[in-house]
Design a protein around this ligand. Structure first.
Ligand code: KIV
Length: 276
């Protein structure tokens, strides 16, 4: 707890999320990339806001997360920080910002924390080098969220956006990696595109919260990409995605009505104009 968010509750912390898991309280997470949506999210009961490197596709128009740079992440995370009050702010470490060496990872994560006011970073993957990075960052006071399953920064190695962990050997590896990330000091782990039973087994096998996306209902929390769940991205329709609003349609209607009103000479009216 600490200063109060717009929704009136205290600040969410890494320790608070672990306590939520212990109490069996579900954790709600959404991504965000800008100031205006950060303000809207601050009025909700959302627990964590993630500036994801999905920024690459949903904001910058790339076809993967690979082109996203550390400077892109810092630019957008800074805007989110200026609008966000209450939820914990976590920022993705983009491709090659943490894979090269411990020193590089610490320098880059340090920039994210110092220049954006983030309260944690997220690293993809579960191999030995990722665990070393987690230890170094956590040892330096930087809370780290892990990310297992479909890890988009490795998309070319994985061979496509498909459900992971269907084979026993791979499922066993993911179970082991989740335990190792917890031991390395992660405060939570995103599980992306896993069968429900495997995500459930991982969730029950570790003491830190799992946050699922396409990993079924038994994770400790859920995360979605904000423009996708608000219906702003008409072409993206995976099975796991529920659209909670249709803002794309509302935006199209509003823009069409504006164009009509301007062309008809109806906008601006007298009440929208300054006399004298
Ligand atoms: O980049 C992102 O938005 C993410 C979430 C989907 C977890 O990593």
């Amino acid at each position: 707890m600490g200063d109060s968010g717009e929704s009136g509750r205290g600040r969410v912390t890494a320790g608070g999320l672990v306590a939520m898991k212990k109490r069996g309280e579900k954790i709600a997470v959404l991504t965000c990339y800008d100031y205006l949506f950060a303000r809207i999210l601050s009025e909700s009961e959302i627990d964590v806001v993630l500036v994801g490197d999905s920024l690459g596709q949903v904001v910058l128009g790339h076809d993967s997360t690979l082109p996203v740079t550390l400077d892109d992440m810092i630019h957008h995370a800074g805007a989110v920080r200026r609008g966000l009050r209450g939820p914990m702010l976590v920022v993705d470490m983009p491709f090659l910002s943490h894979q090269v060496s411990d020193e590089d990872a610490l320098r880059n994560a340090g920039r994210v924390m110092r220049e954006t006011g983030a309260e944690g970073v997220k690293l993809e993957g579960g191999g030995a080098s990722v665990r070393d990075r987690v230890r170094v960052l956590v040892g330096s006071g930087i809370p780290v969220m892990g990310h297992l399953g479909l890890t988009p920064q490795s998309i070319h190695g994985l061979g496509g956006y498909s459900v992971q962990g269907r084979e026993k050997e791979e499922a066993d590896r993911l179970l082991r990696e989740a335990a190792e990330l917890e031991a390395a000091g992660c405060f939570s782990i995103v599980l992306e595109l896993l069968p429900t039973a495997l995500a459930d087994e991982i969730t029950r096998s570790i003491g830190i919260p799992t946050i699922g996306i396409g990993a079924g209902p038994r994770c400790d929390g859920q995360v979605l990409v904000l423009p996708d769940m608000l219906g702003l991205n008409p072409v993206f329709r995976p099975r796991f995605l529920r659209r909670f609003a249709e803002l794309g349609e509302a935006a199209r209607d509003g823009i069409a009505e504006y164009v009509r009103a301007v062309k008809a000479g109806e906008y601006p009216g007298a009440a929208e104009s300054y006399e004298g």
